[in-house]
Design a protein around this ligand. Sequence first.
Ligand code: FNR
Length: 182
Amino acid sequence: MKIIAIVGSNRKESYSKKLAVYMQRRYQMNVEIEILPIEQLPMYNQDDELDPPAIVNEIKNRVKESDGVLFVTPEYNHSVPAFLKNAIDWFSRVDKVLVNKPVMVMGSSPGALGSVRAQIHLRQILNSPGIAALTLPGNEVIISTVHEKLDESGKLTHEPTIQFIDTVMNNFVDWVKKNKGL
Ligand code: FNR
């Protein structure tokens, strides 16, 4: 099973990136998770969407060919970062690579609310007609005070969070299989 991870932060020491790498390693026996280099996408411009730079189609094709997509988002000013929204805007046009794609959402924050407002917005965005993803209902992975739940190497060490994500990941794998008719 091939899952594409889309991380909503472009900073080097991003907790969201560390969580995506954690997911890659934790579930590598069952699922191949590839982190998509969305930092290579230019700023979306409708003038370019029919003949975009080659990298846009290359990245969109990786989404199109995947069995599912995992979003790992931080929260910027009570919503998703523009960095993430830019990628979604490209994906929502022309060949609309997220339509009917099984999606799982997770996110974190050093604060108390764990990116919950961004995740609510993200779920709403994923429901718009150009995207129309099959977002796994419920299963909200909201990681508050994330800096206290990762060790020096960036590995998740908070056992209740680990257990909860295991459950959600199982549910997501079932969701993807159901979509593939398995
Ligand atoms: C933030 N941060 C933040 N946190 C939060 O819980 N709610 C918010 O609305 C915001 N807003 C916000 C805006 C901007 C511009 C920045 C730079 C930061 C803090 C944010 O959660 C923190 O920087 C995370 O570490 C960002 O995620 P990554 O980069 O670690 O993945």
